[in-house]
Design a binder for this molecule. Structure first.
Ligand code: IFM
Length: 867
């Protein structure tokens, strides 16, 4: 279950009957029109919606990066005014089962559950022209003049050769006016040309597994107009890797047929499909009659052409092709006549169903009046609920926007997709990464406990009885997992389970039975205990955890291939997990374990502070050859970020060592665009023949600004009480801030979601952002800012307030849902220090300490905090 699935068809039916269908439809219509009109939302679905870029109640949105985009905060949207942004700026539309990654210019890919085996449409990663293909609409004026909506073939042949796309791309002819916007689970395009305006909202609603293309066409001119409207999608062959390998044969196993009632059905031959019985059938239909269709891509596009100039459109109409083998597509032609000032709505559905009968039923349901509006209302409601767990007002509007909207949105998409598919990742053999997803859970816990629990069940089911886990796995695909054993993977779940229990106040999850991957079962606590045992059983010659294949830093495998390498960072992560286990053990009836965990912690702490200390920072690892990695003795990779931050996070750094280590980070790793992962970058270390990494200096794992690892520096600085540094590290990576600093053409990626890394100063493109959207940065940045800078943190005893803000902030407010109650918290920085809670008042009464009492679900509690 996730945010998009909550209001299911069944749930919706119940809610609708309580509300009355008319009221529900009206709510949907208002919501859809709000999506269409940005903040004001005053018009209904059928009306022309005002230009969102014109002054609204909230004022003119501030256009940034040379006018490329603007945030519409009230509407939780970002608007784009430039078609040719440096990269496709993506959004993910999803109901948890059916997904669409869609760019600001309409390129993107649809998939059902898995982009690896059920990829429905084609997207050409890396290829030029960029950002193709997508769910495109084409609008073409005919010279037919007045008449009915349904045209004859002769009429259609009189269509004008000129046509354009509301998405702007891919037609050669551009609209006269255009903009697009991403919102929470939807993307909108508004365009106008020749007296016709088109507004399209793409989204996946909670009721059906389909991408809904909600198009409103308005005749802004003085004369009646008849238009051909084409909806087009190029179908992929479901199994992406087999498509790459065997397309020449498999293409003859696909078909596109035309079912009565104007429905195109796409079937894929399931010969070697890993899950043939679950492979869906694809439908493509609209809620208006068709005047033509095509299922054969060659018939629609023509040879030596592209989506920019489809032959069928230039000839004035579809050819009514079906396909029994070949290159499949779905093209629907609809003909619309609009009186002056008239608006008409068309909905197109690209969806999946188990079989033909179900597909036709799904189309029938989708064609019901108000289906689109109701679906949109459901989507809105789910996001309102999800984001309702947290709202803050801060002196920094950029931080406020990230924390209220884009950061939790991005983190939820990571939780859903792991690191599977993005503009950068092709969705090929990635599956669910154990370490990645275990960390993603941390940001979902405050918003959706049940979804977090489900994900933990899934993860713990990948654990072996000896405590280690599969590195990544394929829950949808049914493929064998990737079984490389890493020193850190299995330890992440202790952190996530602890958070879950603190958030819910319910320890019963610890007793839940979960199977081991290799047989047998054990409680959740037992799984965590065995994870600890596994690390304890795999310590190296220096007593640190063996590196095994690698730790969090993937690239470290090269210095520990022979199996003797040890990870000093994992010792710190182990320590962090042990602290969580010391809390959890008594709750699970394992009180005696707590003592053992404490001893283990103490032992690791001693080693970290002795062999692990280099004088000004902590060392990173012991290599196979017994030498340390991350020491001043070497000229490359002397200093590694993670070993400094986690020395503080784990509480292991003795005395002043944590502060000294973090000073080294500030002095040697920090830049104005984030903190480098290591310094100096590696060129020929430990040897020219076999360097630790092949990444160019300043890129990726070799001295880039690795955003995920930066989040831990923020937390560490908060733990050291240095709010100014914590905030510096936080703010400089807010994507729009970093883009302002680097410039849009250098930064390139989206200014509303975090990227995995930015090229560092040692590269020739310092500030170039890479691998945006799906990165552990999202979860940890959210944790760092909400729990450590703003200091609103779930603890086992209740909600704790422990801020560490920049000293110059006068205060801020947070509204936080916690165990069913709503805490309205106002923090005043009266001391000017930005930390140390002096007084807390709840409902006007003074409270001892900074731990807030638990309130009954449904209660709203006003809390004043004085620093
Ligand atoms: O920790 C990894 C992650 O699992 C995948 N991306 C890179 C990170 C750092 O190596």
């Amino acid at each position: 279950m996730n945010v998009n699935e909550k209001r299911s068809a069944a749930g919706n039916a119940g809610r609708l009957s309580a509300l009355g269908p008319a009221a529900a439809a009206a709510a949907g219509a208002a919501a859809l029109s709000a999506a269409r009109s940005g903040a004001d939302g005053a018009s209904s679905v059928g009306e022309t919606v005002p230009d969102t870029a014109s002054p609204s109640a909230a004022g003119m949105p501030e256009r940034r990066s040379d006018g490329a985009y603007a945030f519409l905060d009230e509407a939780r949207e970002i608007e784009f005014y430039r078609r040719d942004l440096p990269t496709p700026w993506m959004n993910y539309l999803s109901n948890g089962t059916f997904h669409m990654m869609l760019s600001h210019a309409g390129g993107g890919v649809a998939f059902y559950k898995s982009p690896q085996i059920w990829r429905i449409t084609r997207y050409r990663f890396f290829h030029l022209p960029t950002d193709r293909s997508g769910p495109y609409l084409y609008i073409q004026e005919t010279d037919r003049g007045s008449g009915s909506d349904a045209g004859s073939a002769a009429d259609l042949n009189r269509a004008s050769a000129e046509y354009w796309c509301p998405t702007n791309e891919p037609s050669f002819t551009r609209p006269d006016a255009w903009k697009s916007a991403h919102g929470m689970g939807y993307t909108r395009f508004e365009a106008a040309k020749g007296g016709i305006s088109a507004r399209t909202v793409y989204f996946v609603g909670p009721e059906e597994n389909s991408l809904i293309w909600n198009l409103n066409l308005t005749n802004d001119g003085p004369e009646e107009k008849t238009l051909n409207v084409y909806a087009y999608a190029e179908f992929g062959m479901m199994e992406f890797m087999r498509e790459l390998q065997w397309q020449c044969y498999n293409k003859h196993q696909v078909s596109v047929t035309h079912a009565e009632g104007g429905v195109l059905l796409y079937r894929y031959g399931v010969e070697n499909q890993p899950k043939p019985e679950e492979t869906p059938l694809v439908y493509f239909a609209a809620d208006v009659p068709l005047t033509g269709y095509d299922g054969d891509r060659d018939a629609f596009i023509g040879s030596y052409r592209s989506e920019s100039n489809p032959l069928a459109i230039e000839r004035g109409g579809c050819t009514n092709s079906t396909l029994l083998g070949g290159d499949p597509c779905g093209a629907l032609q609809m003909t619309v006549t609009l009186a002056p000032g008239e608006t008409k709505e068309i909905n197109v559905f690209l969806g999946t169903a188990p079989d033909e009968a179900e597909a036709l039923l799904a189309v029938e349901r989708s064609r019901q009046k108000d289906f689109a509006a109701r679906s949109f209302a459901g989507l809105r409601e789910n996001w309102d609920d999800y984001l309702g767990a947290w709202n803050c007002e801060l002196p920094d509007p950029e931080a406020q926007r990230m924390l209220n909207v884009w950061n939790p949105y991005q983190a939820q998409r990571n939780f859903l997709f792991s690191r599977n598919i993005s503009f950068y990742a092709t969705g090929t053999f990635r599956g669910v990464g154990f370490r990645d997803t275990a960390q993603d859970v941390l940001a979902v816990v405050p918003h959706d406990i049940e979804a977090a629990k489900d994900k933990l069940r899934l993860l713990l089911g990948q654990q072996y009885a000896d405590g280690h886990v599969n590195h990544y796995f394929f829950p949808h695909e049914g493929w064998d997992p990737v079984t490389s054993v890493h020193s850190d993977d299995h330890l992440w779940t202790a952190l996530a389970v602890w958070d879950l229990i603190a958030e819910s106040g319910d320890a019963s999850f610890l007793a839940e039975q979960i199977p081991y991957y290799d047989g047998g079962e054990g409680s959740v606590y037992e799984h965590l205990r065995r994870a600890i045992d596994f690390t304890e059983d795999h310590l190296g010659a220096n007593g640190f955890p063996l590196m095994l294949r690698s730790d969090w830093n993937d690239q470290l495998f090269r210095v520990c291939r022979e199996g003797r390498g040890e990870s000093i960072w994992t010792a710190m992560q182990f320590g962090t997990a042990l602290l969580k286990m010391i809390d959890l053990a008594p709750m699970a009836g394992g009180g005696e374990d707590a003592e053992r965990y404490r001893k283990l912690y103490d032992d690791q702490q001693k080693r970290v502070n002795e062999a692990g200390w280099d004088g000004k920072w902590f060392r990173r690892a012991v290599m196979d050859d017994g030498r340390f990695l991350g020491t001043d003795e070497h000229d490359q990779a002397k200093l590694w970020l993670n070993a400094q931050t986690w020395s503080v996070l784990s509480g292991m750094a003795d005395g002043e060592k944590g502060r000294i280590a973090m000073d080294s980070v500030r002095d040697m790793l920090d830049t104005e665009l984030g903190i480098k992962k290591l310094h100096p970058p590696i060129v020929d270390f430990p040897s020219a023949e076999d360097p630790l990494t092949n990444y160019n200096p300043g890129t990726g794992e070799n001295g880039a600004v690795f955003c995920h690892a930066n989040t831990w520096a923020i937390i560490a600085e908060c733990m050291l009480g240095r709010g100014d540094l914590a905030y510096k590290y936080y703010r400089q990576l807010i994507p729009s801030v970093a883009m302002d600093k680097a410039g849009i053409e250098r930064y390139r990626a989206e200014p509303y979601v975090y990227a995995s890394n930015l090229f560092g100063p040692d590269s020739d493109k310092f500030g170039l952002a890479n691998v945006s959207w799906l990165t552990g940065t999202a979860a940890w940045m959210y944790v760092a800012a909400t729990q450590h800078i703003l200091g609103v943190r779930a603890s086992l005893e209740g909600l704790r307030i422990d801020p560490c803000i920049p000293p110059e902030w006068e205060g801020y407010t947070v509204s936080r849902r916690f165990r069913g109650a709503l805490y309205e918290i106002e923090v005043r920085n009266e001391s000017g220090e930005g930390r140390v809670v002096k007084e807390v008042f709840v409902g006007g009464e003074r409270l001892e300490g900074n731990q807030l009492p638990i309130y009954a679900p449904g209660e709203t509690v006003r809390v004043e905090v004085v620093l």
